[in-house]
Structure formats: structure tokens, C-alpha cells
Design a protein around this ligand. Structure first.
Ligand SMILES: CCCCCCCCCCCCCCCCCCCCCC(=O)SCCNC(=O)CCNC(=O)[C@H](O)C(C)(C)COP(=O)(O)OP(=O)(O)OC[C@H]1O[C@@H](n2cnc3c(N)ncnc32)[C@H](O)[C@@H]1OP(=O)(O)O
Ligand SMILES: Cc1cc2nc3c(=O)[nH]c(=O)nc-3n(C[C@H](O)[C@H](O)[C@H](O)COP(=O)(O)OP(=O)(O)OC[C@H]3O[C@@H](n4cnc5c(N)ncnc54)[C@H](O)[C@@H]3O)c2cc1C
Length: 658
């Protein structure tokens, strides 16, 4: 049997490009790589951030361990004056293989205060939050409602005499349910509640509530709070419940940047009622980046392992091939790698678009709200869905060892799975994007430049310009195919909706009946958007010819697999012919062959530290079997040769007379 390490060494020697150069591209430049390395150096050498036996811990131990790590992380951040949110996110992505029990503090609580608080409120709360003197969460979802925010039941009633709001959970279904870090960790929460003034309801607004005493962490009077119990994955996080019984807060605790309640109870409404949803939009944009990172990790593990694992001699006596050389294995993993790169590029686009449009919104251009919502909703759903299913493909591609917790893929899958649900359930978000697409389809004046393609009506009888398999290496033709599909499905969704209305259905029923068409066009739009962005961004890169070639080939794999997997949608209007579909399948195989020598280089370039992968299968040195064996030996069940259950249960039956 070949040595696993020599297998990976050989792979690395075959690589045609400079891996460090590609790492810089992925990180966004040499300076960013250096910053990342600096941040890693602060954390990786600390024994407290060791994850070796993490997979053996119980849920309670995992939570407690995560709190310990969180506190140390906060100390490190303070010690080194690290305040930039980008640095924090880098640490989360590349070093800390955890969903921290302060995840919501940094990803939602602080941003909500920043974006929805007045200058005075920011001045009061942000220093406390930035310094971790208080830890906050974002409590919106209730037992009875998650998706339909307008249906939330928690009330916040203004009492002008005392200039206070009184928060209540009027029914069981109004109990806040799911908020991360609520169960045991947070001292404060931004609570979303229906605002009532003089018996009139003004809809959902955000309020800062103190949940726990800052002296002993016990619940504040009127607050009932706890953990909601075990769930799929996210064991380090204390998703919680919260009920409030006449909890009083000062008037100043309503976040009043957009809407105001004056001392006498006069209400001033926001310029746009959706401004209060702003933090969710930010998180959806962040989920795109999380999806990219996690799929990159899964591809790293599965590709390295597939170069080390050998199975089934082709001819008697011959060295068994590395499993990566089976084209069926390549057909599982190369598309995941291509998707990881496509998502890394779209994540960068998403964040820069978020910052640009958010700045527009801040300066009063509220038209940007719907564009940002339209783009981020679809991309969140699309990337979460493909990333989660891709992680599972990677896990299965590792065979039996993929089933072991030591693979790192089991917990990754479980921890990522909820990304299809939280921050807006995926179908619901696709429907939101579809609404925006249809609006652009009908109203050219509101269509942003990024969506202007929608205005081009697809020609009936249009045909794809591909004449040979070689043509499939041309980005312009690949993008054209996705553009055509998106244009056609948007038009067809609009026509479907109109046909429902013309049959006499009211708008909401017609919208419901059009839902499947809506989701279809939103997905088609997202595939087009991601493909177009991949080729546009790659074309602009200043890098070696070898890197560019590899990236373009990955882009071709992403596009061609998208066509093959959704072939019906391209064939149904005869835009693509059966012959062209054969070219597609042929070219996919060709691309796998082209990429084969560079597969390990392409995953090494993500530069994940072993600690952050925490995988016996995916470590840099490929020493899979020693790692699996040593890990199993440390399993709690192996602490003694004879387990206590032998004495309690087995012994009596083994010793009993027949
Ligand atoms: C400061 C420093 C910081 C430093 C640090 C920073 C570092 C950061 C580090 C980050 C590390 C990451 C860690 C990850 C951890 C993750 C943990 C997991 C967290 C998970 C949290 C959650 O899980 S938290 C709950 C999320 N819960 C939802 O997500 C509910 C979905 N549900 C809805 O979102 C609405 O319910 C829904 C459907 C839109 C209908 O809303 P609705 O009923 O009010 O509206 P309608 O449907 O009637 O629509 C009427 C018109 O409003 C339009 N519109 C609607 N929304 C709009 C919007 N947002 N903007 C503009 N326009 C909008 C719509 O498009 C219509 O437009 P039109 O009429 O023109 O067609
Ligand atoms: C791990 C995790 C962490 C979370 N963290 C937080 C948090 O920190 N803070 C917080 O406030 N919340 C949090 N949530 C809650 C989360 O945001 C909601 O669960 C999510 O928004 C989905 O809402 P729901 O549970 O009401 O699903 P539902 O809306 O009940 O969805 C059930 C089904 O109904 C369908 N459906 C619902 N409405 C429609 C519609 N209009 N059209 C078509 N189909 C529809 C959905 O597609 C889905 O198939 C978290 C959830 C999870 C799982």
C-alpha cells in the first residue's frame, strides 16, 4: 500500500500553479493573507483552542467548552485591540470551528443597535456590547410564528405616565422560541414586538430588554428563559425560549433610528416599514459567505482523502488506484469544488453590494431596500441549499469513514443544515426574490442595472450558439444559456400569475398557485447570477495563466453541471438540443481530466488550518489511518478494557446457566 503522505506529496508536486498565489486571490490580496496569518497565530497555538476530543463531548460539555473558548477569544480580541468585524469573521471562518455562544451578539445584536439605534442609543449600548460587558441576542421568532413576522404576538405597550414600555407574552404561541445564545448565555436581547400606544397597534418594532442580572446571571423579574433542548447540530449553541410577564423598560429602550415614540405617546412612523428587517438582510448576506466557506472545507477534506484512499485493484497485483481517479468520484467532488469557488466569488460580490446599498439606504435612498432584499434573499437560499447538499455529497464520497464523527463532515453537515431554515426559510426567500424579479420584469424603471437582463425578452425559437464541445469552454456561451433560462422562466412565471388572475382568483390565491413557478424562476435567476459573476470576476483577476486556466475550467464545470442537472429546463423550449447536451456531458469529463493534477492544489489554496477542519480524513499531511486509530483509542468507551455495563448487565446473562 502506498503511504498516504507520499500520495499527497506527489499530488502537490503535480500542481501546475503557485498555491500561495491562489490563496492570496481567495483572501482578497497579499495583505489580507498576512492579516489572516497574524490572526491565526494568536489563536492556533493556544491549547484552549484545541479541538482534538471535541467530537466525544456531550451536548452540555460542548456548550460549556464553547463558553470557555468564547471567553478566551474575547480576551485575545481585547488584548490585541482587534475590533474590525472583518477580523472577527476571519477568525470564525478559518480558525474557530464552532458556532460560538456569542454568535448572535456579534452577528445580530450589535448590528441591530448600530443600524436601528439613534446616536444616543448607539453611544449608550455599543460600548457595553463591544466590550462584552453585556451579551445580547436577537429574539424575534415565536413558537407560533417565524416566517410571518407581521403575525408575531409579543406586545410592547407604551405607558406614557411612567414613560415606559411594558412587554408581555400574551399566549403560549407568543413565547420567543429559537433565538441563538438566548437559553443560557445572553444578558440582553433585542426583542421584536408589536408596538401598542393607546390601544392602537403600530406593528413590529425592536426593544432592548435585560434578560439576566449582571450580578449573578439569574433571570430578571418577569422573565422566564431557558434552552429549547437538543436539535440537529449546533450543540454549542443555546437556542432558547423567552416569556415576559409585564417586563418594564424605559422609553429609551425602543430602538428609534427609524420610528419614534415621544414621551407623550405620539408616534412617528419610519420612512419604510421594512427598515426594521435590516439585520436579517445583513445576516442573509453573511450566510452566503458562510455557505462558501463550509463547502470549501468539505471539499478540502473529501478531495485530500480521495487522493489518499486506495480501493479495488484494477488488475491483479497492481497498486489499487486512488479513489479520486474514478470518474464517478470526480463527478461527486469536482462540482463541489467548483461550487465552492463560485460561492466564494459571489460571497464577495454579495458583501460589497450589501455595503454599497446599505450606505445608500443610510443616506435616505430607500429604493435600494428592495434591490438588496431581492438579491440577498435568493442568494442566501441558493447558496445555503447547494452548500448543505454539497457537504453531504462530500461526506458520502468518503465511504464508511465519512460516517465517523472524526471525518469532521458529520458535524459540519449538521451545523450547516439549519442555514436552509434560519434567517428566512429558503422557499419563503425564493418567493421574495421572485416577487422582485417579476416586479422588474413589469417595470423597467425600477430595474437595477444588475438585473437589466430581465428587460430583454427571450425570443421564441432562440437557439444556443454552441456548435462543438470546444465551444463549451467559452464563458459567453455558458452565461447565455443561463440568461436565457432565467429570462424564460421569469416570463413564464409572470404569464402563469396573469393566467390565474384572469381566471378570477384574487391576488393572494393567484400568487399561491404560482408559487412553484416563482421558486423555479428565482433559482434560475440565482444560477445565472452566480455563473455570470464567476466568469466576470475571474476575467478581471491579475494572476498567472495557470491559475486563470484552472479557475475558468472550474467555472465551466459549475456551469455545465448546472445545465446537465437541470437539462429539462434547457430542453423544454428546444434552446439546447439533444446533441448539445451530449457535448455538455463530454466536456464535463474533459474538464475533470484537465483539473485532475490540480485538485489538491485547488483545495490547499483555501489554506484551512488542520484545527479548523478538525478532520482525521482531511488533514494536510494525509495521515488518515493513524489519526482515525488514535482518535478511536481515545474514545470514552475505550477508557477501560471492561466497561461498567459488563458488570451491571452483560455478566449475569453470560454467566447464567442455560
Ligand atoms: C457592529 C459590529 C458587528 C461586529 C461583528 C460582525 C460580524 C458578523 C459575523 C457573522 C458571523 C456569522 C455567524 C452566523 C451565525 C448564524 C446564526 C443564525 C442566526 C439565525 C437568526 C434568525 O433566524 S433571526 C429570524 C429570521 N427570520 C426571518 O428571516 C423571517 C422571514 N420572514 C420575513 O423576512 C418576512 O416576514 C417576509 C417573508 C419577507 C414577509 O414580510 P412582510 O409580511 O412584512 O412583507 P410582505 O410579504 O407583505 O411584502 C411586502 C413588500 O415588502 C417587501 N419586503 C419584505 N421584506 C423586505 C426587506 N427585508 N427589505 C425590503 N423589502 C422587503 C416585499 O418584497 C414586498 O414587496 P412588494 O410588495 O414590492 O412585492
Ligand atoms: C438553528 C436555528 C437558529 C435560529 N436562530 C434564531 C434567532 O437567533 N433568532 C430568531 O428570532 N429566530 C431564530 N430562528 C428561527 C428561524 O428564523 C425560523 O425558524 C425561520 O425563519 C423559519 O420560520 P418557521 O420556523 O416559522 O418556519 P415555517 O414558516 O413554519 O415553515 C414551515 C414550512 O412552511 C412553508 N411556508 C411558510 N410560510 C410560507 C409562505 N408564505 N409561502 C410558502 N410556504 C411557506 C415553508 O416553506 C416551510 O416549508 C432559528 C431557527 C433555527 C432552526
Amino acid at each position: 500500500m502506498a503511504s498516504p503522505s507520499s500520495d499527497l506529496d506527489r499530488e502537490r508536486r503535480k500542481c501546475t500553479f503557485n498555491v500561495a498565489e491562489l490563496t492570496d486571490i481567495i483572501n482578497g490580496g497579499r495583505e489580507k493573507t498576512e492579516r489572516r496569518q497574524y490572526l491565526e497565530s494568536l489563536v492556533l497555538n493556544e491549547p484552549i483552542f484545541n479541538y482534538d476530543d471535541y467530537y466525544f463531548l456531550s451536548r452540555e460539555e460542548k456548550y460549556s467548552d464553547a463558553v470557555k473558548k468564547t471567553v478566551r477569544l474575547v480576551q485575545v480580541l481585547k488584548q490585541h485591540n482587534i475590533e474590525d468585524p472583518e477580523d472577527y469573521q476571519t477568525l470564525l471562518k478559518y480558525v474557530l470551528n464552532l458556532n460560538l455562544p456569542i454568535a448572535l451578539h456579534n452577528s445580530m445584536f450589535r448590528p441591530t443597535i448600530r443600524d436601528q439605534g439613534t446616536d444616543e442609543q448607539r453611544k449608550k449600548w455599543l460600548p457595553l456590547a463591544n466590550d462584552y460587558k453585556i451579551i445580547g441576542t436577537y429574539a424575534q421568532t415565536e413558537l407560533g410564528h417565524g416566517t410571518f413576522i407581521r403575525g408575531l404576538e409579543t406586545t410592547s405597550t407604551y405607558d406614557p405616565k411612567r414613560e415606559e414600555f411594558v412587554l408581555n407574552t400574551p399566549t403560549l404561541t407568543a413565547t420567543k422560541w429559537w433565538p441563538g445564545c438566548l437559553g443560557k448565555t445572553s444578558t440582553h436581547a433585542v426583542v421584536m414586538a408589536q408596538l401598542y400606544i393607546k390601544n392602537q397597534c403600530y406593528g413590529i418594532h425592536s426593544f432592548i430588554i435585560q434578560l439576566r442580572s449582571l450580578k449573578d446571571h439569574s433571570p430578571m423579574p418577569g422573565v422566564t428563559v431557558g434552552d429549547i433542548g437538543n436539535k440537529v447540530g449546533l450543540e454549542t449553541n443555546d437556542n432558547g425560549f423567552l416569556a415576559m410577564d409585564n417586563v418594564r423598560i424605559p422609553r429609551e429602550n425602543m430602538l428609534m433610528r427609524h420610528a419614534q415614540v415621544y414621551p407623550d405617546g405620539t408616534y412617528r412612523k419610519p420612512a419604510n416599514s421594512k427598515l426594521v428587517y435590516g439585520t436579517m438582510v445583513l445576516l442573509r448576506a453573511t450566510v452566503v459567505s458562510e455557505s462558501a466557506t463550509n463547502l470549501s472545507k468539505a471539499a478540502t477534506i473529501a478531495i485530500r482523502y480521495s487522493c489518499v484512499r486506495r480501493q479495488t485493484e484494477a488488475k491483479p497485483g497492481e497498486l489499487e488506484p486512488q479513489i479520486i481517479d474514478y470518474v464517478t468520484q470526480q463527478h461527486k467532488l469536482v462540482p463541489q469544488l467548483a461550487t465552492a469557488y463560485a460561492f466564494a466569488w459571489i460571497a464577495r460580490y454579495m458583501m460589497s453590494t450589501y455595503h454599497a446599498l446599505h450606505a445608500d439606504i443610510e443616506s435616505g435612498h430607500l429604493g435600494a431596500l428592495q434591490e438588496l432584499h431581492g438579491i440577498s434573499s435568493g442568494l442566501k437560499a441558493f447558496t445555503a441549499e447547494m452548500s448543505v447538499s454539497g457537504i453531504e455529497v462530500c461526506r458520502r464520497a468518503c465511504g464508511g469513514h465519512g460516517f465517523s464523527a472524526a471525518s469532521g463532515l458529520v458535524s459540519m453537515y449538521k451545523d450547516r443544515l439549519p442555514s436552509c431554515t434560519y434567517e428566512g426559510e429558503n422557499t419563503v426567500l425564493y418567493l421574495q426574490t421572485a416577487r422582485f424579479l417579476l416586479k422588474c420584469f413589469r417595470q423597467p424603471s425600477i430595474t437595477p442595472s444588475s438585473m437589466s437582463y430581465i428587460q430583454v425578452k427571450p425570443l421564441p425559437g432562440a437557439r444556443w450558439g454552441v456548435k462543438s464541445p470546444e465551444d463549451l469552454m467559452k464563458p459567453i456561451l455558458l452565461v447565455e444559456a443561463f440568461e436565457h433560462r432565467a429570462q424564460r422562466t421569469i416570463k413564464s412565471a409572470a404569464q402563469f400569475l396573469e393566467s390565474q388572475i384572469s381566471q378570477g382568483l384574487d391576488t393572494s390565491e393567484a400568487m399561491n398557485r404560482s408559487g412553484i413557478e416563482f421558486v423555479r424562476c428565482a433559482k434560475a435567476h440565482c444560477y445565472y447570477f452566480v455563473t455570470r459573476n464567476f466568469f466576470q470576476s475571474t476575467a478581471l483577476l491579475k494572476c498567472s495563466k495557470e491559475i486563470k486556466e484552472s479557475l475558468l475550467t472550474l467555472g465551466v464545470v459549475f456551469a455545465l453541471n448546472g445545465i446537465a442537472d437541470n437539462s429539462g429546463e434547457f430542453l423544454e423550449d428546444c434552446f439546447i438540443t439533444g446533441t448539445q447536451m451530449e457535448f455538455v456531458r463530454e466536456r464535463i469529463l474533459y474538464c475533470y481530466k484537465q483539473l485532475r493534477p490540480n485538485l489538491v492544489g485547488l483545495v490547499d489554496a483555501f489554506a484551512f488550518a488542520d484545527q479548523s477542519l478538525n478532520s482525521a480524513l482531511g488533514a494536510y499531511d494525509g495521515d488518515v489511518y493513524n489519526r482515525l486509530y488514535n482518535w478511536a483509542k481515545r474514545a470514552p468507551l475505550n477508557k477501560t478494557d471492561v466497561h461498567s455495563s459488563y458488570h451491571k448487565y452483560l455478566k449475569p446473562i453470560l454467566k447464567s446457566k442455560i
